[in-house]
Design a protein around this ligand. Structure first.
Ligand code: NAP
Length: 228
């Protein structure tokens, strides 16, 4: 059996998830990356490494998650719930905040994390670490009224992170959430302060540094504890 630590990253085909895959390979992890659309995942399939496997998985399609759970044979040491969407940065009164779009954000960002953890829980190794990708936009104390449902979804991510940390305590699994920084991705936009590499390098280091004291807590990408 492989002695390499196994990391599973959702939303691995682009943005922060893609860079987390690359950083994990350079750290000599056994990497499992999930994508939901092969046509948008070209870069992922160009990665040439013996320690990488890719699976199709939509975080709001339970059957697809169960299929991944049954397909992988190495216990997961790091489960990184990174997949997420933002319906736009407008206000409640803009078109990007239609009922349908707001439901989609809550569905993917909140239920997507819950369903991923629910169906992959049986694959977790002893002392595994579960990371939910949150955002500083989800903290309760904030200025601004834009992206109202995205903010709410990330506040909920931090809330479910606490519940999950309690749920898994007896199994010695650590659950924490992270703000990846403001990162130049499709979501973060070109003016963001961090490259995907700067974010992902720090994130991986911070994931490795998680201990039982980190359980139920929210961290910046550089490992600094944050209030939520
Ligand atoms: P991104 O570039 O927009 O990438 C999002 C990723 O999530 C893509 O791989 C996308 O896959 C995947 N995804 C979306 N819906 C999915 C679903 N239903 N099932 C499976 N995968 C799905 O975003 P990013 O900037 O890398 O963000 C990654 C995470 O960090 C998100 O949770 C985001 O909220 C959080 N975050 C980002 C920033 C930032 O500045 N970028 C700041 C704070 C927090 P497709 O290609 O198929 O759409």
């Amino acid at each position: 059996m492989s002695k390499l630590k196994t990391i599973l990253i959702t939303g691995a085909n682009r943005g922060i998830g893609f860079q987390l895959v690359k950083e994990s390979i350079s750290k000599n992890f056994n990497v499992i990356g999930t994508f939901r659309n092969k046509n948008r995942s070209q870069k992922l399939f160009e990665i040439n490494s013996n320690n990488v496997n890719f699976f199709s998985m939509d975080v709001v399609n339970e059957k697809s998650i169960v299929k991944v759970s049954k397909s992988i044979n190495s216990p997961i040491d790091y489960l990184i719930c990174n997949a997420g969407i933002n319906n736009g940065f407008g206000t409640l009164f803009d078109d990007d905040h239609s009922h349908e779009k707001m439901l989609e954000v809550l569905n993917v960002n909140v239920l997507g994390c819950l369903l991923t953890v629910k169906h992959l829980a049986k694959n977790l190794n002893t002392n595994a670490k579960v990371v939910l990708m949150s955002s500083i936009m989800g903290i309760q104390k904030h200025n601004g009224s834009n992206a109202i449902i995205y903010r709410a979804s990330k506040a909920a991510v931090n809330n479910i992170m606490v519940s999950l940390s309690e749920e898994f305590k007896s199994k010695k699994v650590i659950v924490a959430s992270f703000h990846p920084g403001w990162v130049r991705t499709d979501m973060g936009g070109p003016n963001a302060t961090l490259s995907t590499r700067e974010s992902a390098t720090s994130l991986i280091r911070s994931f490795e540094n998680l201990t039982f004291k980190s359980n139920g807590k929210f961290f910046n990408y550089d490992g600094v504890l944050m209030n939520f």
